[in-house]
Design a protein around this ligand. Sequence first.
Ligand SMILES: Nc1ncnc2c1ncn2[C@@H]1O[C@H](COP(=O)(O)OP(=O)(O)OP(=O)(O)O)[C@@H](O)[C@H]1O
Length: 266
Amino acid sequence: MIEFREVEKRYPNGFLALNQINLQIEQAEFVAIIGLSGAGKSTLLRCINKMHGITGGSLSVDSVDVHQLKGKGIRKLRRNIGMIFQSFNLVTRVSVLKNVLVSFVPNMPFWRKMLGIFTKEEKLKALMALDQVGILDKAYVRVDQLSGGQQQRVALARTLAQNPSIILADEPVASLDPVTAKQVMEDFKRINQEFNMTIIINIHHVELALAYATRVIGVRSGEIIFDGRACEVDEEILSYIYNDSEGRGANNHAMEAAIPEKNGIA
Ligand SMILES: Nc1ncnc2c1ncn2[C@@H]1O[C@H](COP(=O)(O)OP(=O)(O)OP(=O)(O)O)[C@@H](O)[C@H]1O
């Protein structure tokens, strides 16, 4: 379980990006985080694997206090938490298989890292991960010969090969066309259901969020202002989440009072 308690994130320039975040996410949930640009979605996601350190409150993953982790502890945490980015983060001039094999590097002895030698078992695991996202036939193709959607699937396979229990995805479909975006969301859904992996996605495509995630968290000005089931989200809730006209700042509670019965957290 992922648990935020009164979490605050203030950037070094003094900007308060997260304020009083209280949140529990159980294993195997599929959560979409939505909200306006600059609301704090990426910051929230990246605190979970300590890409960003929190500046107040506490954050635990499977009862491990993330804030206390250093060096080896952070590496162990990140082995259990896969991360997918909008830009795929692949080495485009080498093969798909080599990109997936990269997921094993952190656990390899130094001499194998130096020589780039992978075991038969590692190669099999990488091929299985490619099979799971439907691109096994591309294993020996160079990444720069693939479409954007296929590249995102390679990134997903690389994450799957490390066998995490949580996958964080920061705008994973933002640069994809609508059809490919749906296919990638289907992959996430299947992975969530087949492997009981927790999936947490930051996403601007609201219709995809509602179609594929089971839980939606609405963030505005660094606060969670909606937390409920995707099937409960209607136009009124969306305009509440996306209405920034009341002004920025972490003290905007005006709308919370307006629709408390619809707000899963009120
Ligand atoms: N390193 C930083 N230093 C200072 N402020 C930052 C830093 N990173 C982000 N911010 C600010 O924190 C706020 C939240 O940023 P964040 O990237 O989490 O928003 P977001 O909801 O993910 O936005 P988008 O949808 O555009 O990616 C923004 O106002 C942003 O300008």
